[in-house]
Ligand binder design. Structure first.
Ligand code: PLP
Length: 385
């Protein structure tokens, strides 16, 4: 079995599994005042510090890192929670890209229906149109929400540059990035990104599914610029009620510790695997959709007139798992928005597969994939042109 779908999710690392099993025995409720509660509260505090530190935030203040049920929830808190805050200023333009993950795009549609104006900047060829984005950086901006790394093409967007320009034009502008595909794949720090809000998810970094986090810059808390949409017992500093998923959180923390420790080596290893794949395809009929700046782990490939699903099954029969575009959009009936925004035709988007590595993959995995792709090209029936 060769697993090359690490952008959909990553295997749980053995150390994370151990940490989760250990957390199962520390069953107290972190909100309880007795000893068992205190022990769980300590585990929660240490876990929060570990995730914060992996994001370059060594000294988190209360409320600066909120655990959620997933990356999707963290983004919903970021977008809806700031739009609905009483302290919201009158500015009502939201700047984003035309290739955001549905967890951003679908919430933006809700905000559009509530009266916000959403401007989606082109990411043709996997490059953000910086001039177009900068032309919208003025006092009307309420928010910029821009993903750090695209989950289908691996494109790394220049969020720092846009955040800096937006803040210069309107210091009150809220700056959010969905860093789910960038966190611990490349070195990033919340402060160097210039972000007010950063979305993270555990299952893309060898942690468990069903746990995410939202990093919140201090100024957002001081100025009460974010409100919860889950209300109740007041857990997570009042920003996300509901008893914490302690086992998941402990796993997230261990994944963050390990990921931060291995980041440099993992980065080079995944880069080398991507390069090996791309070199192996030179001269082939398969086209690599390569953005100018990319994360190390994602490679998007367009097949010549072969449906991605057909190739997916062919590879699966040979024990190789990849995905068509993005697993998150496998429920969608339409061609991927991201691939269309990249400049692909609907037919090309329908013939595109995504290969995504983890540092546990090997050059032999790449060789096996290349051999299987070549065999597939030679044997699969092509669609009519
Ligand atoms: N954002 C991006 C870029 C993603 O790739 C994903 C998951 O695929 C998410 C957000 C959602 O994260 P979660 O599955 O934790 O809700």
């Amino acid at each position: 079995m060769i697993y090359l779908d690490n952008s959909a999710t990553t295997p749980l690392s053995p150390a994370v599994r151990e940490a989760m099993i250990a957390a199962m025995d520390r069953f107290g409720n972190p909100s309880s005042l007795h000893e068992l509660g205190g022990d769980a509260a300590l585990l929660l505090k240490e876990s929060r510090a570990a995730v914060g530190e992996a994001l370059g935030e060594r000294f988190l203040r209360d409320g600066q890192l909120i655990f959620t049920s997933c990356g999707t929830e963290a983004t919903a808190l970021a977008l809806l929670g700031t739009a609905r805050a009483k302290t919201r200023r009158t500015a009502s333009v939201i700047l984003t890209t035309d290739s955001e993950h549905p967890s951003v795009e679908e919430n933006l549609r809700i905000l559009e229906a509530e009266g916000f104006t959403v401007v989606r900047i082109s990411t043709k060829g996997g490059a953000l149109d910086v001039d177009e984005a900068l032309s919208y950086c003025n006092e009307k901006l309420f928010m910029v929400t821009m993903m750090l790394v695209n989950n289908e093409t691996g494109a790394r967007y220049p969020v720092e540059q846009i955040f800096a320009a937006a803040k210069a034009a309107n210091p009150a502008c809220v700056l959010h990035t969905d860093a789910v595909q960038g966190f611990l794949k490349m070195p990033i720090r919340a402060k160097s990104l210039g972000a007010d809000l950063v979305t993270l998810s555990a299952h893309k970094i060898h942690g468990p599914k069903g746990v995410g986090a939202l990093y919140i810059a201090e100024r957002m808390l001081k100025e009460r610029r974010i409100v919860p949409f889950l209300s109740g017992g007041g857990q997570e500093f009042g920003l996300r009620s509901g008893t914490e998923n302690m086992i998941g959180i402990a796993g997230f923390a261990e994944a963050a510790r390990m990921g931060a420790e291995r980041l440099r080596g993992d980065f080079f290893r995944m880069t080398a695997l991507s390069e090996l794949l791309i070199e192996g395809l030179s001269g082939s009929e398969i086209r690599v959709n390569r953005p100018p700046v990319t994360a190390p782990h994602i490679v998007s490939l367009t097949l010549p007139h072969i449906k991605s699903e057909t190739m997916l099954h062919f590879l699966a029969e040979r024990g190789i798992s990849v995905s068509s575009g993005s697993a998150c959009s496998s429920h969608a009936k339409h061609p991927s928005r991201t691939l269309l925004a990249f400049g692909l035709t609907p037919e090309e988007a329908d013939s595109t597969i995504r290969v995504s590595f983890s540092a546990a993959n090997t050059p032999e995995d790449v060789e096996a994939l290349l051999a299987a792709l070549n065999e597939g090209l030679a044997t699969l029936v092509r669609m009519k042109k």
